[in-house]
Design a protein around this ligand. Structure first.
Ligand code: SAM
Length: 297
């Protein structure tokens, strides 16, 4: 007998992974949660039918969303993680001795419980004494903070369902306010390859460039995400992602990584022409709009 998990990436394309057995299936107030075992990708987590992580390729996503900003900001003490219920971002952050506090706001407590029980590879560090968990909507949580965090990592689901609010102007504006004067926000930024993902990517970029003075996009190869190619957003009040990279300092920390290194850091911001073009389209719209806004004032 063959058992397969399939996710549609477009109406005409799907990714299928042969499953050994189903480990967990449940429905929370927010989403359906499934965990499967497979030969090729090990254990994997699915929310509402969408791939969140697999044991085989999660290191790429988690290293790229954490170490890129950590190698740029010279003094991260207080971090906010929004989403991230699988614990992979927390695992990478707790490797930095200099971080003093990590607040994590996850809407769905059941995701954390299920991952603690079934995916210990990522959910291994929630007990670190610097970690504080809050189970609420990140969109609401962030409204109450000003000048509080050095780094905000938005490790969300896609821009529909519970994750929808985490791609809005209101949310990015409140992240800006919640960051200290040299703060950085990094988010999962969808992908440029398939049309629907590309629309979401451009929409997120538009909202971020309208909020932050520095906003760059970087890339990683994530085999189980649609098209295998995923983007992250780097939004910052002061530091530039490549010219302010502290490569020597980061390398002296001696953190062992499987994907991230400081040469790849610089390369990840060198995007293919078609992606540059998509981003430029959005940036030009902003430039054309700006003089009109000034006239109105
Ligand atoms: N993409 C990641 C990876 O590759 O490892 C995993 C994403 S993580 C599981 C996404 C989390 O965001 C989910 O646990 C989901 O419950 C949470 N989430 C979605 N919307 C949220 C919201 N509005 N506030 C806080 N957390 C939210």
């Amino acid at each position: 007998m063959e058992l397969w998990f399939s996710e549609r990436h477009t109406p005409n394309v799907k990714l299928s992974i042969q499953v050994d057995r189903q480990i967990y299936s449940g429905q929370s107030e927010f989403q359906r949660i499934d965990v499967f075992d497979s030969k090729e990708f090990g254990r994997f987590l699915i929310l509402d039918g969408f791939m969140m992580l697999t044991e085989k390729d999660e290191f790429i996503y988690h290293e790229m969303i954490v170490h890129v900003p950590m190698a740029v900001h010279p003094n991260v003490k207080k971090v906010l993680v929004i989403g991230g219920g699988d614990g992979g971002v927390i695992r990478e952050l707790t490797r930095y001795a200099a971080i003093e506090e990590i607040d994590m706001v996850e809407i769905d407590e059941l995701v954390v419980e299920v991952c603690k029980k079934h995916i210990p590879r990522t959910a291994c560090c929630f007990n670190d004494e610097r970690v504080h968990l809050y189970f609420e909507d990140g969109l609401k949580y962030i409204r109450n903070y000003e000048n509080a965090y050095d780094l905000i990592i938005v490790d969300s689901t896609d821009p529909f369902g519970p994750g929808e609010g985490l791609f809005t102007m209101e949310f990015f504006g409140n992240c800006y306010r919640a960051l200290k004067e040299d703060g950085i926000m990094v988010n999962q930024h969808e992908s440029s390859f398939y049309q629907n993902d590309a629309i979401a990517m451009q929409r997120a970029h538009k909202r971020i460039i309208e909020t932050f003075p520095i906003s760059k996009v970087y890339q990683a190869h994530i085999p189980t995400y649609p098209s295998g190619y995923w983007l992250f957003g780097f939004a910052s009040k002061k530091y530039h992602p490549t010219s302010d990279l502290k490569a020597v300092k980061w390398n002296t920390l001696g953190l062992k990584t499987q994907y991230y290194n400081t040469k790849l850091h610089a390369g990840a911001f060198a995007l293919p022409n078609y992606v540059e073009e998509m981003l430029r389209e959005i940036e030009q719209e902003k430039r054309i709009k700006a003089p009109c806004n000034n006239k109105k004032q």
